[in-house]
Design a protein around this ligand. Structure first.
Ligand code: GDP
Length: 199
């Protein structure tokens, strides 16, 4: 599946511009700089798929990519959060867009929430998880930049993340540890997505 064509199809900055639902959707969320673009590129074997999302005017948008001909999977790149310079207005419109999208999307199978593996869960990540809990959508945590975590810190980081997720209302699937640099965990992530499509 991930070797098939993957094309940018749509960008939405407000709920009125969402594309009509099509194939099952898998969304990716994370704070800016968490490594989301790199992970999307690694996942789809592209050098610059997610560069499309980082072009001016699209960083605040939900960006949709269809995979396969005919499309079998739709990847949704959610706008990064936690910009130090974001204004109150921007944060409010971001929150509204997230809420509107998450609340009404029957084809959304899961949101993968990227967490910087070097730092673990931060308050801004917890805000995103709160939003997902409120919308009652399925989500799964992905720790990024595994290559940059000290060996001794890996197991404790996974354990502390699991402990934090266990306090939340939703049952949480296995946490995936990834590195876009080394490719670690990418096969596991693809497997998790394939499993969702088979359900
Ligand atoms: P985004 O803002 O979430 O889309 O993040 P990017 O994918 O643009 O990555 C942000 C920064 O983190 C860049 O400097 C990347 O080179 C770096 N980065 C991304 N993935 C990895 C990774 O797996 N390992 C390491 N060590 N650095 C990474």
């Amino acid at each position: 599946l991930f070797a098939q064509p993957c094309d940018f199809i749509w960008a939405a900055t407000d709920a009125l511009q969402l594309p009509p639902s099509g194939p099952p959707e898998i969304a990716f969320a994370g704070r800016s700089n968490v490594g989301k673009s790199s992970l999307l590129n690694a996942l789809t074997n592209r050098k610059a798929l997610a560069r499309t999302s980082n072009t001016p005017g699209r960083t605040q948008a939900l960006n949709f990519f269809d995979l396969g001909t005919p499309p079998r999977l739709r990847l949704v790149d959610m706008p990064g959060y936690g910009h130090a310079a974001a204004s109150k207005n921007k944060i409010a419109s971001w929150t509204r867009l997230m809420h509107d999208y998450l609340r009404g999307r029957a084809t959304l199978k899961r949101v993968f929430v990227l967490i910087d593996g070097r730092h673990g869960l931060k308050p801004i990540d917890n805000d995103m998880l709160d939003l997902l809990d409120r919308a009652a959508v399925s989500y799964q945590a992905v720790l990024t930049k595994a290559d940059d975590i000290k060996d001794a810190d890996r197991a404790p980081r996974l354990a502390e993340t699991a402990a934090a997720l266990a306090k939340r209302p939703a049952a949480f699937p296995e946490i995936i540890l990834t590195s876009s640099e080394t490719g670690a965990g990418i096969a596991e992530l693809r497997g998790a997505i394939a499993k969702l499509l088979a359900e």
